[in-house]
Design a protein. Sequence first.
Length: 479
Amino acid sequence: MKRSWLLTLFTALALAACGETSSSAFPSLTPNDLNTAQTDALKLTLPYAGKDFIRDGIGEVTLRSTTDGDTARFNVGNQNVAVRFLGINTPESTGKIQPWGNAASAFTKEKLLTATKIVLVNDVDVFGLTDSAGSRYLGFVWYQPPTGGDLRLLNLEIVEQAYSEALLFEDSTITPYKDAFLAAGEYAARTGARIYGFRNDPSFDYSDNVYDVSIRFVRKAYGTTLPLEDKFGEKVLDDDGNEIPFTLTNSTKLRFQVVVVATIGSNAILRDVFHPDTNGNYASIFVFTQYNDLPFSQPGDVIQLYAKATTFNENVQLTDPIMQTFHPFYPISLITRPGNADYDEVLATNGMNGDYEPFDLTNITVEFPNSFAPYNGFFVRTRIMIRARPVNPDDDLSGDVTVGEFHRKDANNNMTLYSYYYGTEVSFNLRVDGRMFPYVSETQFELGQSYEVSGYVAPYFDNYQLQLHNGVQITPINS
């Protein structure tokens, strides 16, 4: 996040030192002085009834989901689109994990989930239609609280509550909000609250503690408090022999010893090398690498990795991995890999399981979307049948989207291929990352044809999907 507010405060202090200001001009403020005076005063005067946000630049919408403090997905007619909030930039809570990111995300989620009405507006001529990637629309978000009354500008309220600096530097006749944003930002900065304070987020782990854990434990413990377990699944005890209550949040520093089973674009799927379940299966997890390649990404590479846990679409994954092999404290390192002369010896000596083959999911009973729940987070080989694109697409692609008989693709080549689990009519779509190599094209599939493929099982809103991986083998099934 930019820290332009420091310049504002420095200027004010300098003027005070020179005797050019007074206590009446800049009264002393504390975090308790935060208010919503600017939000209370600003009103939406533009007509929006019968208008469409994408077509007209304003319109009533419904919430589909929230992503973080400054991004959410909305239903606009029969489209669901991602919208990046104009004029703000809240701390990160998905890719990078920053202080106050969780709180900003929770604030936005609470306001939108409880809103009785939501209206989006944008002056496209001033701010543009989408972000630089073309994947998210830009907008100001007005909402009506559950208590009723006037609509409130959420973007501005986020600034007033010190979850973001005021980053609205242009004005327009359609959205004349600049002065309110600047006034709100200056006032919030003077309170020293939240993002303007120092190491003051009570939910953020500022410590240097690092915990050696398994993927299985992370999936079980995330977002709750459980007795701490080590990477072998054994309870960790304190000096008195007592279990240690452990709260796993997305700022907790974690260390893993895992095997790389596949990559998806620059991201990876990792699997435990210790601690199988009672059926002998080892837990897997997706790691978001923030568009950087893992130094060790060959399937079968056994690595030590430092990362944090988070959720995306309610699914636990890893994020914010340290990618440097030369990091002074938390380097990523290669333990062994297939082809090394000592590969089998290293695995045996350390009691590791280096298996990276997909789990067989070609013959299970599937009656409902939730039939896939036991396989959430598994790297699998399975079978699907390509189906026709539904009228109301069950994916999150937005912006400049192209469509075909059985697919939708955005400007960054992220694609959904609509499919059923083989032999059923239960949705099990294929997801193609735009950064996959080699890229999987829709031309490799035919409507009504069945295929055997492999990938990562993940929940997606009301259904499950299969995220295809780099180098996936696509094999037609002859009925």
